[in-house]
Design a protein around this ligand. Structure first.
Ligand code: 6PG
Length: 245
């Protein structure tokens, strides 16, 4: 399936487009198989989306009772740390919606990274629906860094080439730290993968990812090619500025 590329005027418009799609996918998933299994991304871009989803205009449109929330990656910090992706989503979204605690599955960044990855993979395998042996998330949200990383698949790191594990502890030399991350097999098994990108600092890397040669070691976001799911890029005009098409 060809990627869908949607350009909107600014980050707020991207967030609104993402929220509308989020609601639609949630409804379809719950009708189809009784639950909506979702993985959130970290970083700053999704903040506007999370705030919108928590707003009165949206939160009632989602059946949070039947929504399971995971994270596509997590920093190796405690859940109350300023860098925690879990903390950001809880503060901006999860604290404002009626989601049962048992539906929220964070990676334990506060323990040994390898142990946290093994544990999180077990949780994913237990909780997320799998028809082909690999759990298929209904929706995985992703962002991209200016260096082309997505989730915590950073350029030149081993996790890019992982073909067996679904979650790994990936040491990132440029950060001098481990990250817990979904691997390409798990991401590419999703029914919908949605990238959000905003800002002029993403214009060059977006052009390289979408229109340049395939070199996933340098541009890990290129490794995201859902086997049968829909890949969508929701980007704002500044991030799309260097795209030819
Ligand atoms: C993380 C994210 C990461 C993020 C990109 C983009 O844990 O940081 O999951 O992959 O999506 O770094 O971050 P911004 O949205 O802040 O540009």
């Amino acid at each position: 399936m060809e990627p869908e590329i949607v350009v909107r005027s600014d980050l707020n418009s991207v967030a609104r487009e993402a929220a509308d799609r989020f609601v639609a996918i949630a409804r379809q998933s719950i009708v189809a198989h009784g639950k909506f299994t979702l993985a959130l991304s970290g970083g700053s871009t999704p903040r506007a989306l999370f705030t919108l989803l928590a707003s009165s205009g949206y939160q009632g449109q989602i059946d949070w009772e039947h929504t399971l929330v995971f994270w596509g990656d997590e920093r190796c910090v405690p859940p109350d740390h300023a860098d925690s992706n879990y903390r950001m989503a809880r503060e901006l979204l999860l604290a404002w919606v009626h989601i049962p605690e048992g539906n929220v599955h964070r990676a334990r960044g506060e323990i040994n990274p390898e142990q946290a990855a093994l544990e999180y993979e077990q949780t994913v395998r237990r909780e997320a629906p799998a028809s082909t042996g690999i759990p298929s998330f209904d929706l995985i949200l992703l962002g991209i860094g200016p260096d082309g990383h997505t989730a915590s698949l950073f350029p030149g790191t081993p996790a890019i080439h992982e073909q067996t594990r679904l979650v790994v502890a990936n040491f990132v030399p440029k950060l001098g730290a481990h990250r817990i991350t979904f691997t390409p097999p798990l991401i590419n098994a999703a029914a919908h993968v949605m990238f959000l990108a905003s800002g002029a600092d993403k214009a060059d890397v977006l052009r390289a990812i979408l229109e340049g040669e395939h070199k996933p070691d340098l541009l890990p976001a290129q490794i995201v090619k859902p086997a049968s799911g829909q890949l969508t890029w929701l980007i704002d005009r500044t991030a799309a500025a260097h795209l030819r098409s």
